[in-house]
Design a protein around this ligand. Structure first.
Ligand SMILES: [Zn+2]
Length: 70
C-alpha cells in the first residue's frame, strides 16, 4: 500500500507529467481512504489552477514597461 509521503510525491508529479496507470491507481486508492491526503490533493489542485490562471493573465496582459500609467 502507498504511504502518504509517496502519495504526496505522486500528486506533485502528476502536475508536471501524466502518471502511469499503476501510479494513478495507487494514488486513487490511497486518496479513497486517507482523509489527510485527500485534503492535500485538493490543495495541489487549487495551487495548480491558480498557477494556470496567473500564467494566463500574464500572457493576456503583456508587460509594457510603465506599470502605473492609468
Ligand atoms: Zn495519506
Amino acid at each position: 500500500m502507498l504511504m502518504c509521503r509517496e502519495a504526496t510525491r505522486l500528486m506533485s508529479k502528476r502536475l508536471d507529467v501524466p502518471l502511469g496507470i499503476q501510479e494513478k491507481m495507487a494514488l486513487k486508492f490511497h486518496l479513497a481512504m486517507c482523509g489527510a491526503c485527500k485534503q492535500c490533493n485538493k490543495q495541489f489542485q487549487l495551487l495548480h489552477d491558480a498557477g494556470r490562471v496567473l500564467e494566463h493573465q500574464t500572457t493576456a496582459m503583456p508587460f509594457d514597461g510603465d506599470g502605473d500609467s492609468r
